[in-house]
Design a protein around this ligand. Structure first.
Ligand SMILES: Nc1ncnc2c1ncn2[C@@H]1O[C@H](COP(=O)(O)OP(=O)(O)OP(=O)(O)O)[C@@H](O)[C@H]1O
Length: 235
């Protein structure tokens, strides 16, 4: 990453300890990371190495124990949370894509995507316009009025990506987003994430075990025993 860019995400010495005393587990032991706006990086590591813990800290779902986290140059954690309203931080500044799409079954596809902008204060009409624009971009607009359960796995995952992008967050955290998809669909999802990152200058971290997509990352972070190691693949 170029040194003169303010990173979209920066971690300095991030630590997470679960529990205390004899049973304490140090899941993150001083993690450093810098990710530029528009960059998509992979995060790989064996089971139990700390991948989920890192995403949960970054997503403000759990509290780190020590270290610093910055979003767009702003310290959001520095030993303690520096932002008062973590719910708003999660809603407006971080998009999540999970292994399972977790679409709401009683809302149609458009409303699944429009829900977050509505919660963020957009009018119904504006939120639905934004949702349709994203569904169009993700090539799933023909399913806009469908019940999500009727979509294929690949279509559902594209809808969940549209939902993650709906509030235009500067950061997207994707946890095994291609795990249930076959090779072609997995690569299509990675291409969408890369295109979206470029178009919107979104920084994206993709946690993955998926051998099909690992070679597509220009930068990979390996995590082992709570420490990260960077690999520049230089595609
Ligand atoms: N709530 C918790 N309480 C105590 N220990 C935990 C908790 N969550 C995770 N751990 C421990 O922290 C370490 C890192 O776990 P984490 O789930 O972050 O790994 P991971 O790399 O995501 O693993 P996987 O690929 O299997 O999902 C492991 O030793 C795990 O047992």
């Amino acid at each position: 990453m170029a040194d003169n860019t303010t990173p979209a995400i920066e971690l300095r010495g991030l630590c997470k300890r679960y529990g205390s005393g004899d049973t304490a587990v140090d899941a993150l032991k001083g993690v450093d990371m810098r990710i530029a706006p528009g960059e998509v990086v992979g995060l790989v590591g064996p089971s139990g190495s700390g991948k989920s813990t890192l995403l949960k800290c970054l997503g403000a779902v759990i509290d780190p124990t020590a270290g610093q986290m910055f979003l767009g140059g702003e310290a959001i954690f520095d030993g303690v949370w520096k932002v008062k309203d973590l719910r708003t931080l999660r809603r407006d500044r971080i998009g999540f894509v999970f292994q399972a799409p977790y679409l709401i079954p009683f809302l149609d596809v458009t409303d699944n995507v429009a829900l977050l902008p509505m919660l963020a204060g957009k009018s119904n009409k504006e939120a639905r316009r934004r949702a349709l624009e994203l569904l169009e971009a993700l090539d799933v607009a023909h399913r806009a009025k469908s019940n999500p359960a009727l979509l294929s796995g690949g279509e559902q995952q594209r809808v969940s990506i549209a939902r993650a992008l709906a509030n235009n967050p500067p950061v997207i955290l994707a946890d095994e987003p291609t795990a249930p998809l076959d090779g072609e669909r997995a690569l299509a999802v990675v291409k969408i994430l890369n295109d979206m990152a470029q178009q919107h200058q979104t920084a994206i971290i993709v946690v993955t075990h998926d051998e099909k997509i690992i070679p597509t990352f220009k930068r990979l972070y390996h995590i082992r025993d709570g420490k990260t190691y960077e690999e520049s693949v230089g595609k």
